[in-house]
Design a protein around this ligand. Structure first.
Ligand SMILES: Nc1ncnc2c1ncn2[C@@H]1O[C@H](COP(=O)(O)OP(=O)(O)OP(=O)(O)O)[C@@H](O)[C@H]1O
Length: 363
């Protein structure tokens, strides 16, 4: 049985309809990332789960317990679902101490029990030393840990985080990703994190659910979804840099030879490919650039190309080549320099057949 079974339809009056289905098995890593572009319906799904939004149709079950069932008229109030919520801005009470903020999450118990729970969760998240401070005296990371501690103090069964890092500036966000991941692991309960940031999704999630066009398009291990998008829309959403129109011309030994622009490349044969028209999806990180051609084999494509553009991207350089089609590669600054990667320079691009995924082209 799945740990979570959700199928909801939420029609906004005069607005879009979000129709999402999400089944999550238990015990496959604690963090599921709900990923998708702005307006895809991620927050709507989260709010339906928390009981803050009432779906127009559908049902939500968690560990066999019905939280919502439109047909049966079941709609458990938020407090009875056992869900911990963490918002973008962390919503800590500025006038309360960390201890009082964390304690706020504990209701219906006496003072001694509340203090015991606050101490326990503070120790678990490493915020014991901060208990006497107020939110204004905390760093971004500390505030985040305190907000998580408050959510966990209520002993939820499921943790929901809506864009937990988006209130921070870019450098802080990057630094806190790893910390949040570690904290979620330590929390040891299933979590669903909403984000539209690729790096965040990769850093935080065990599983990725891609929401686009009003529905969940693909669910799977993070790397699987990123490297093998199920369809073109998922490929676009997860940002595979190279999504190229391709035509299958030959199939042999589990490989498919496809024409991409003026070039021919070998790709993994997905097997189910009935039509010859497809998109070849290839991540820029999977392209290796070399200055001199090497021996090509059927499992390794070697493409001669000319650099048409380069741009710095943090520690990496994005190199766009004309190989008979536009190919984007991401290489380290060091290798870009060593290769003399500048417009006009001839280079060889090496790509393993396994790195090229074929996605059926919708008619
Ligand atoms: N109360 C509302 N009334 C009408 N339309 C709404 C309402 N709430 C959300 N929407 C619309 O429903 C769609 C989904 O919204 P939602 O906030 O779930 O998207 P999201 O994926 O979380 O987006 P973002 O990443 O920008 O937060 C959007 O087009 C939004 O404009």
């Amino acid at each position: 049985m799945n740990e979570l079974e959700l199928e909801v339809v939420r029609r906004y009056r005069g607005g879009p309809t979000v129709a999402a289905r999400l089944d999550l098995p238990g015990g496959e890593g604690p963090v599921t990332v709900l990923f998708g572009p702005s307006g895809a319906g991620k927050t709507t799904v989260l709010r339906c789960l928390a009981g803050l939004e009432r779906p127009d149709a559908g049902a939500i079950r968690f560990r066999g317990e019905t939280w919502f069932d439109a047909a049966a008229g079941v709609d458990l109030p938020p407090a009875r679902r056992g869900v911990g919520l963490l918002f973008q801005d962390h919503a800590l009470f500025p006038h309360l101490t960390v201890a009082a903020n964390v304690g706020y999450g504990v209701r219906g118990v006496d003072r001694a029990e509340r203090a015991r729970r606050v101490a326990e969760v503070a120790a678990r998240l490493g915020v014991e030393a901060l208990l006497a401070r107020r939110p204004g005296q905390l760093s971004g990371g500390e505030r985040q840990r305190v907000a998580l501690a408050r959510a966990l103090a209520a002993r939820p069964r499921l943790l929901l985080l809506d864009e937990p890092l988006s209130a921070l500036d870019a450098p802080a966000r990057e630094a806190l990703r790893g910390e949040l991941r570690a904290t979620l692991e330590r929390a040891g309960l299933p979590s669903i994190v909403v984000t539209h940031d690729r790096a965040e999704a990769m850093a935080l999630g065990d599983r990725l659910a891609v929401l686009a066009g009003g529905g969940v398009r693909q669910v799977g291990p993070v790397h699987e979804v990123f490297s093998a998008p199920a369809d073109l829309e998922v490929a676009r959403v997860v940002g595979t840099e190279n999504v190229l129109p391709a035509r299958v011309v030959e199939r042999r030994d589990g490989l498919a030879r496809v024409a991409v622009g003026r070039a021919l490349v070998w790709a993994l044969d997905p097997g189910r490919l009935e039509e010859a028209e497809a998109y070849a999806c290839l991540r820029a990180e999977d392209v290796v650039l070399e200055s001199s051609p090497a021996a090509a084999t059927s499992a390794r494509n070697e493409l001669a190309g000319v650099v048409v553009a380069t741009s710095a991207e943090g520690p990496l350089v994005r190199v766009t080549l004309d190989c008979g089609f536009r190919l984007v590669a991401l290489v380290t600054r060091d290798s870009a320099e060593r290769l003399g990667a500048a417009p006009g320079r001839q280079l060889a691009a090496l790509v393993k057949a396994q790195a090229i995924r074929l996605v059926l082209r919708p008619r």
